[in-house]
Ligand binder design. Structure first.
Ligand code: ATP
Ligand code: MG
Length: 310
């Protein structure tokens, strides 16, 4: 878990991303690479631009400048390749963030959902140069996003089982019994009572909703997962269990993760490497232990010491 994955191939190449709402508000000239199997933590105080950056990286918000390149390997299994989405699956509503798309035939019909003329090479995808439909397909089929607020990542009115099954259906799974079985397996996996598979998430506690959102996201085995404060807003004891669970899942599934958190304990536990942000800019980057044990930048020093002082 702690072993850096820098020798692995680059999965996400983030080139000079800027997205500003005002001076110092947003993110500015962010440049880094995420390697396969790596967990990269983005830390910094409230308002430093973490969520803005994550929205840009995860395809939700176009940057003012810069590029996000998703590097695919020629020999890797490709979720998008198996897809052949019939009408029914496309009409299933997705949560707010992924709702707008009305996918054209090309994006649904098969082979190269995300292998695109406008990409920089056969296997590189420029996230904002490809069309919106393809970006959405990518998000649904190969990426996953865990929102800070589970309400943004779940459909609160439909059952827990439907929430988990939905992304599987988008990948082409149709067998009701099997979807249900997988739903229950995943509920167990995230320590939810599988007996509640027919209950709507709105009847769940915050911590349970967050675990359901994680199950919904990971059930499709995404190659790349973005998480925004996955343990934020939860009780400390609930947080600890959730973190433990996340850590296990990340390791078991070999996930590549970009994790936003203002909580350095979370970063310590999950991330191989950290980017420290302040007022929209990266002020320090390095291996997690190095940064937390021996911070170089004055701001990071302050951040680290403020955690130690109650
Ligand atoms: N849609 C928006 N319109 C205008 N300003 C925004 C928007 N989104 C974020 N901002 C501003 O950009 C800055 C960075 O916000 P962002 O949400 O990215 O910070 P953050 O690091 O995620 O903070 P937190 O830890 O509180 O979640 C803040 O000053 C915020 O008010
Ligand atoms: Mg945020």
């Amino acid at each position: 878990m702690k072993k850096p994955a820098l020798e692995r191939p680059v999965l996400l190449d983030v080139q000079d991303i800027t997205r500003l709402y005002g001076p110092g508000k947003g993110c500015e000239e962010i440049d880094f690479r995420l390697h396969a199997g790596e967990v990269l933590g983005i830390v910094g105080e409230s308002g430093s631009g973490k969520s803005t950056l994550l929205r840009v990286l995860s395809g939700l918000e176009a940057p003012d400048a810069g590029r996000v390149i998703y590097r695919r390997l020629s020999n890797e299994p490709e979720a998008a390749r198996q897809v052949n989405e019939p009408e029914a699956a496309r009409q299933v509503n997705e949560p707010e963030a992924a709702r707008q798309v009305n996918e054209p035939e090309a994006a649904r019909s098969g082979q190269h959902v995300v292998d695109d003329d406008e990409a920089t090479s056969d296997f590189d995808l420029d996230l904002y140069a490809i069309g919106e439909a393809r970006r959405r397909a990518l998000l649904r089929l190969e990426w996953g996003l865990v929102h800070q607020n589970p309400r943004d990542g779940l459909r609160m009115g439909v059952s827990a089982g439907a929430n988990i099954g939905e992304r599987l259906m988008a990948q082409g799974q149709r067998h009701y019994g099997r979807l249900r079985e997988t739903g229950q397996e995943w509920m167990r996996q995230v320590e939810l009572d599988p007996g509640r598979i027919d209950d709507a998430p709105r009847t769940f506690s915050g911590g349970m909703q967050q675990r359901l959102q994680i199950a919904r996201t990971l059930v499709t085995r995404p190659r790349l997962v973005f998480m925004d404060e996955p343990t934020g807003g939860l009780d400390v004891s609930v947080q600890a269990r959730l973190l433990d669970m996340l850590r296990t899942l990340v390791r078991q599934l070999g996930l590549s993760v970009v994790l936003v958190t203002h909580d350095l304990a979370v970063a310590r536990l999950l991330a191989h490497r950290l980017l420290v942000m302040r007022r929209g800019r990266v002020v320090e980057t390095g291996l997690t232990d190095q940064i937390l044990d021996d911070p170089q930048h004055a701001y990071t020093q302050l951040l680290v010491s403020s955690v130690l002082t109650p």
